[in-house]
Design a protein around this ligand. Structure first.
Ligand SMILES: CCC1=C(C)/C(=C/C2=NC(=C\c3[nH]c(/C=C4\NC(=O)[C@H](C)[C@H]4CC)c(C)c3CCC(=O)O)/C(CCC(=O)O)=C2C)NC1=O
Length: 169
């Protein structure tokens, strides 16, 4: 598992180079958003259940066929599995936010996920939409507590989306 700092140092170490201007700029950008990242992770932590519930409600309101007979989230077991998956995405996104790096998502979440979903018939497109809803809720909450620049929130959720759907968003 990597974070923004170890990743950068690793790259420079391999090249046997001191941290140059580019490296310093990228470190500055990371530390400048540091408190906002930690505050957002804390917000996620204290509201996780509510965030997942709200995202699930929105997803199923907009795509009710998912929870009707024949839908992949139909039956209590699959409905719960779906919300549990949303909870995984939210929790790991909060780790990636703090790390400033998406590596944790590759290692812990995305490996083999597409194949699993395909073999179980879990539809990718509504899952990706659910991830985007999670992102919007987290951004809204961050803005509500006065975090002005919330674009750093996009990265982990968009990374999950991109890797899962293998299309550009
Ligand atoms: C921490 C990393 C991690 C992830 C990401 C993960 C995902 C994951 N989701 C699964 C199932 C599932 N995932 C869903 C999800 C959905 N169905 C829908 O229609 C919606 C669009 C969507 C919710 C947004 C459902 C319904 C199942 C159960 C499918 C089945 O058993 O038929 C499974 C199969 C095994 C199981 O049921 O537990 C895995 C491995 N597991 C992990 O350990």
């Amino acid at each position: 598992m990597r974070d923004a700092v170890t990743n950068l140092i690793g790259t420079y170490d391999i090249a046997g180079r001191y941290l140059d201007r580019t490296a310093i700029e990228s470190l500055k950008a990371y530390f400048n958003t540091g408190m906002a990242r930690v505050r957002t992770a804390a917000l996620i932590n204290s509201n996780a259940a509510a965030i997942v519930r709200r995202a699930g409600t929105q997803l199923f309101d907009e795509q009710p066929e998912l929870i009707r007979p024949g839908g992949n989230a139909y039956t209590t077991r699959r409905f719960s599995a779906c919300l549990r998956d949303m909870d995984y995405y939210l929790r790991y996104a909060s780790y990636a936010l703090v790390a400033g790096d998406t590596n944790v998502l590759d290692e812990r979440v995305l490996q083999g996920l597409r194949e699993t979903y395909n073999s179980l018939g879990v539809p990718i497109s509504p899952t990706v939409y659910g991830i985007q809803i999670l992102k919007e809720i987290v951004k809204e909450m961050a803005a509500d507590v006065g975090i002005e620049e919330t674009s750093f929130v996009d990265r982990p959720f968009d990374h999950l989306t991109r890797e899962l759907s293998e299309v550009d968003i």
